[in-house]
Design a binder for this molecule. Structure first.
Ligand code: BGC
Length: 459
């Protein structure tokens, strides 16, 4: 009895140490995602003066990264399936470092754009492969939490970047800011990039990918470290069995059972973005200014948005393996729809001044942070079968980034032509669709192994 307890304890210790190491990789990958998407918001004003940019070029400075993300996500599946998750993540880490330095030193605007696209490719790749790698390596009982940790890192990256930007822009006078502050803002990204690269050399390859390559012998010690003796051998058999059931071709995704998995993954990816989160994330100061807040107040309110996003992502992490993915999605999307409806009404009826809009934007962000934010990335990384997980997740991630591009490009003109009320109502109706979509189609995946989830589609 005593011996048995000791064995269990040792296994748990090993697996916890291991899981922590893997979590750190995820944390840095997510941090870079958050950093790279948010950093430009603080730098853009100075760059506008330095390069004497037109409005169109300003838009391009912001969106070039997202173009890179679409490309990176598209490539991630094929590369990740071919060369393994780990090697491709290492390549992405190099791209981050090159992009950070490349965005900091250019003398021409086009040099800057090229560097941002390169960084975008890195984000597109990590945004797909980091959660996927985590899902493939995590024990089922805390897979949700581990993958959602990636989201916590994204929001931490966004939040930290607001402060780093503020700190750098206060480090010198106005002339220094225009010539140099923005360079430092981008350049500091090389530090987490380098850490990410170093850490990647200490984690193992995904055991599921190894088995797919016919390297079960190499996968077994990794599974032993995660699960302990008994469960590890069962996992190898289950994983091998799952490969025997699949052809691995993209065509398989359109077969009757798996078609639903594809609809769930792509549908959720699209809905995560068209419910408008990045209209708030990228343009928060503009929205608050439209409610009559001064520049300073609107910056403080933006930091508050970042904080609430961070805080409620922690709540999601705590809940995701307890109440499950579906409950969080349902509550969150319903609450987002209500908040967006109220925000629209406030603008429509002339009650946008005062705290009403701020309060409901914070509630909206909190609702996103407990639902569509983390849960979509979790579900995307776990609903597809082993053999085509890389490619299928990449398709969903590509749709997510393309929808992000659509929202970030259309938000300013929509605000101008349709007005704020209609704009928020459009996002609100999308949140309602997200609720109905989840209710009717999305399955619960909490606590199931990836192979058990796979067998859901066969039924
Ligand atoms: C989304 C990003 C968004 C972030 C905000 C992520 O899940 O994919 O587009 O900026 O959440 O918290």
């Amino acid at each position: 009895m005593k011996v048995r307890t000791e064995i269990t304890n040792t296994t748990e210790q090993v697996s916890m140490k291991f899981v922590t190491l893997v979590s750190m990789v995820s944390a840095l990958g997510g941090l870079l995602f958050g950093f790279d998407t948010a950093v430009v918001s603080g730098a853009i004003g100075f760059m506008e003066d330095h390069f004497d940019l037109t409005k169109l070029q300003v838009g391009w400075a912001v969106s070039s990264l997202i173009i890179g993300c679409i490309v990176g996500a598209a490539m991630s599946g094929i590369l990740g399936d071919r060369f393994g998750r780990k090697r491709v993540l290492i390549a992405a880490a190099f791209l981050f470092i090159i992009s950070s330095i490349g965005s900091a030193i250019p003398e021409s605007f086009s040099g800057f754009i090229i560097a941002r696209i390169i960084g975008g490719i890195g984000i597109g790749i990590t945004s797909t492969l980091c959660p996927l790698y985590n899902a493939e390596i995590a024990p089922a009982k805390f897979r949700g939490r581990l993958v959602a940790l990636n989201q916590l890192a994204i929001v931490t990256g966004i939040f930290l970047t607001y402060f780093v930007n503020l700190w750098i822009s206060n480090a010198g006078d106005a002339a220094w800011s225009v010539t140099s502050a923005w360079r430092w803002m981008f350049g500091v990204g090389a530090v987490p990039g380098l850490l990410f690269l170093i850490l990647l050399f200490f984690v193992p390859e995904s055991p599921r990918w190894l088995i797919k390559q016919g390297r079960a012998v190499a996968a077994l010690p990794i599974l032993l470290r995660i699960h302990g003796e008994e469960l590890a051998r069962k996992e190898v058999i289950d994983i091998k069995h799952s490969f025997e059931q699949e052809s691995g071709s993209i065509k398989q995704l359109f077969s009757p059972g798996l078609r639903i998995a594809l609809i769930v993954g792509v549908g959720l990816a699209f809905l995560q973005q068209v419910t408008g989160i990045n209209a708030v994330m990228y343009y928060a100061p503009e929205i608050f200014k439209a409610t009559g807040a001064g520049t300073n107040a609107s910056l403080v309110q933006t930091i508050l948005v970042g904080f609430i996003n961070f805080l409620f992502t922690i709540v999601a992490l705590w809940l995701i393996d307890k109440v499950g993915r579906k409950a969080l999605l349902l509550v969150g999307s319903a609450s987002m729809a209500i908040c967006l409806l109220v925000i629209g009404i406030a603008f429509q009826t002339g009650h946008s001044a005062g705290p009403l809009v701020l309060i409901f934007i914070l509630l909206y962000v909190a609702s996103f942070a407990i639902s569509l934010g983390p849960v979509v990335w979790v579900i995307m990384s776990e609903i597809f079968p082993n053999r085509i997980r890389g490619k299928a997740t990449a398709i969903a991630a590509m749709v997510l980034w393309a929808a992000d591009y659509l929202v970030s490009q259309t938000f300013p003109p929509l605000l101008g032509s349709a007005g704020p009320a209609a704009t928020f109502w459009i996002y609100g109706s999308m949140a309602l669709i997200a609720f109905l979509f989840t209710w009717r189609i999305v399955p619960e995946t909490k606590g199931k192994t990836l192979e058990e989830i796979e067998s859901l589609w066969a039924k």
